[in-house]
Design a protein around this ligand. Sequence first.
Ligand SMILES: Nc1nc2c(ncn2[C@@H]2O[C@H](COP(=O)(O)OP(=O)(O)OP(=O)(O)O)[C@@H](O)[C@H]2O)c(=O)[nH]1
Ligand SMILES: [Mg+2]
Length: 197
Amino acid sequence: MSHYPQAGFLTSAHQPKQFVADEGAEVAFAGRSNAGKSSAINTIVNQRNFARTSKSPGRTQLVNFFQLRDQQRLVDLPGYGYAKVPRSVQNHWQKLMGAYFEQRQSLAGLIVVVDIRRSLGDFDWQMIDWARQAGCAAHILLTKSDKLKRGACISTLNKVNKEVGEGINAQLFSATKRVGVEEARAALDRMIGLVQG
Ligand SMILES: Nc1nc2c(ncn2[C@@H]2O[C@H](COP(=O)(O)OP(=O)(O)OP(=O)(O)O)[C@@H](O)[C@H]2O)c(=O)[nH]1
Ligand SMILES: [Mg+2]
């Protein structure tokens, strides 16, 4: 059975006015295009094709809202940093994300999904800064950890934890090999308020 039996798709928003009612609590997933956000969400929720995945990066330009439990949501934010996206799309992304982080009272936490083979990029840092400004918790998934040897995973994990400093934790994750799923669920549940901590 799913860890989140009530989970389901709510809506996709292209404009802030399409965001779902700003009540309860939600945790947003952000990351570079193709980093593995949708795969991470599917694995954590334990439903195939819950959030769609794609082989062509930059396809998801919408803010996708999912119900997790009553008054608790997951949000799949549009991927960033895909060079071939036209400037108009990049500007739209910037505005949409700015509005989301500024307005969203129900934003309880941010999960930044980073391909472990890349270090944190400018946009990842912008997300972390926005989260800090919004006063919400943040957690980092170093995903695709199946692509590196154990030693390289650990040294990247240590390096990233040092870079982000106090208050934010990074962890190893793999959607393919199901690494770090319980740890990610615990972070998600803690941020969303199920477990006070
Ligand atoms: N080996 C490996 N591949 C992964 C993992 N997670 C995702 N992928 C692959 O990486 C690609 C992108 O995954 P998505 O989950 O669609 O990435 P995304 O961040 O949602 O991408 P956009 O929505 O386009 O921004 C797909 O081909 C996935 O199969 C993982 O843990 N290990
Ligand atoms: Mg996606």
